[in-house]
Ligand binder design. Structure first.
Ligand code: NAD
Length: 492
């Protein structure tokens, strides 16, 4: 068993209670690490450290270019340690080593990109309508940011927040998921090596009610940047509102992946599989509703079944494995519960629908790739996020019906459209109500392209130039260059 402490003011620290909790390897189902169990006292210490680092000491004295350089150095260190960090994530969250190595090799780009952006944050000179005044704006950091992350892709999702927050000049307290805390605690050691002053980045591990809630409510926290379920996002939004804190919420989805009869069906089949079985369906952007046009419904379903049946399950540390375990025991139970719900609702089970008992799955939390057809969009299996390898196939007639079904859900995170008709591609991109539309591809992301949700999928955008605005506030400065100070009772 490995022990992990909190990280406050640049060094590992025990939790105030000295308690810990176990972190499990989803492939073996056994605990492998003990994580410090933080509480409100630890949160207070970490937030005060972040606040001190924001208001005094070297961090606020750095030029924006110097901040950018630190981020660049951090990116280099992540690149150096990418394989080690990827292996740690696999052990803790069961995602495939192939996927995690690719993710960790890509993560440095966020630090380079936002490091480069740090000294391009500009104010503006406003050409006022009033003579005798000069008016300009300053873009200033919000202050201490609380970063709360889920258990899937912990380092990648934390990075989407850390890079722009630090580029903006904020300081941060991170609370990773209680299911996958180890990689974040290993990763933050690199901040010291990169040269970040102590207190700029802090980590308090623990549970939502014991660490997450006091962190959101702490009066010195000015911004909450959260990725997780819509249920938790709603609570956080309400708590943050009490203190008028800025929030960014990246929440769940029930994304439609829409295949028209004119699509390249070879690509579409691959896109459907990658949309739902990659990462064992545990992604917010999972294409969990596969909308098939009537004419190709049967053919595509057959091809999909044939491909899904070949998926190799097993040890996520093996480069050959294609479907790994479900990350947590409660999530495993939730997937099984949704299969029962779908059956009761009358959906037709075509594949899987049960825990995987193949020898290569050992004692891990594996669930067979599962496909339902004959799904109606009003069924719970089509409306609620399962967050597992469970696909719902829904038939549609034409473009209008595809749009009606795609949009008839409270989420709006992502979507896929498969067609070779360029006009249709543009029309669909315009009419689908969600933050990302992929045409003839699925599950592509970049540090340069905005990402976020419509409707119940969230508030705010990550990635791309404008993501930095989530961590900035605007100040307007007025200078009298010669205007007469006239009647004091009249607005100037
Ligand atoms: P979750 O909401 O259960 O937990 C997320 C984090 O919030 C954890 O760190 C948890 O401890 C913390 N938390 C729980 N209660 C809290 C409270 N009251 N106050 C503050 N913090 C609290 O989500 P999860 O199960 O870890 O992750 C899966 C969910 O995340 C799915 O819904 C998925 O769609 C979503 N997700 C969204 C994106 C995106 O970018 N939109 C990306 C990945 C995952």
């Amino acid at each position: 068993m490995q022990d992990y402490a909190l990280f406050i003011e640049g060094r590992a620290q025990p939790s105030a209670s000295s308690e810990s909790f176990d972190s499990f390897n989803p492939f073996t189902g056994a605990p492998w690490a003990r994580i410090a169990r933080g509480n409100a006292d630890d949160v207070d210490r970490a937030v005060r450290a972040a606040h001190n680092a924001f208001t005094s000491g070297p961090w606020p004295q750095l030029t924006a270019s110097q901040r950018g350089l630190l981020l660049h150095k951090l990116g280099n260190l992540v690149a150096r340690d990418a394989v080690k960090l990827a292996q740690l994530e696999v052990r803790d969250n069961g995602k495939l080593i192939a996927e995690m190595q690719a993710q960790l090799a890509y993560v440095p780009q966020w630090y380079y990109y936002f490091g480069g952006l740090a000294d391009k944050i500009e104010g503006s000179a406003i050409p006022l309508d009033k003579k005798g005044y000069f008016n300009y704006t300053r873009s200033e950091p919000l202050g201490v940011v609380a970063i709360i992350t889920p258990w899937n892709s912990p380092l990648m999702l934390a990075t989407w927040k850390i890079a722009p927050a630090l580029a903006a000049g904020c300081t941060i307290v991170i609370k990773p998921s209680e299911f996958t805390s180890a990689s974040t605690l290993e990763f933050v050691k690199l901040f010291d090596e990169a040269g970040f002053p102590p207190g700029v980045v802090n980590v308090v591990t623990g549970f939502g009610s014991e660490v997450g809630q006091p962190l959101v409510e702490h009066p010195l926290v000015r911004k909450v940047s959260f990725t997780g379920s819509d249920a938790t996002g709603r609570i956080i939004n309400q708590q943050a509102a009490k203190h008028f804190k800025s929030v960014s919420l990246e929440l769940g989805g029930k994304s439609p992946n829409i295949v028209f009869a004119d699509a390249n069906l070879d690509d579409a089949v691959n896109g459907a599989v990658s949309g739902i079985f990659a990462a064992t369906g545990q992604t917010c952007i999972a294409g969990s509703r596969l909308l098939l046009q009537e004419k190709i419904h049967d053919e595509l379903t057959d091809r999909l079944l044939a491909l899904a049946r070949t998926a190799k399950m097993g040890d996520p540390q093996s480069m050959q494995t294609q479907v790994g375990p479900v990350t947590t025991r409660p999530q495993f139970d939730k997937v099984a519960a949704y299969v029962d719900i779908a059956k009761k609702e009358g959906a037709e089970l075509l594949l899987g629908g049960k825990p995987a008992t193949r020898p290569e799955c050992g004692s891990g939390w594996f669930f067979e790739p599962t496909i339902f057809s004959g799904v109606r969009n009003s069924m719970r299996i089509a409306q609620e996020e399962v967050f597992g390898p469970v696909l719902s196939i829904i038939k549609f007639k034409d473009e209008d019906e595809a749009i009606a079904i795609a949009n008839d859900v409270r989420f709006g995170l992502a979507s896929g459209v498969w067609t070779q008709d360029i006009g249709r591609a543009f029309r669909m991109a315009e009419r689908i109500q969600c933050g990302t539309v992929w045409i003839n591809t699925y599950r592509a992301v970049s540090y340069m392209s905005p990402f976020g949700g419509y409707k119940d999928s969230g508030i705010g955008r990550e990635n791309g130039i404008y993501a930095i605005n989530e961590y900035l506030q605007t100040k307007s400065v007025w200078i009298n260059t010669g205007a007469q100070t006239g009647n004091p009772f009249v607005m100037r």
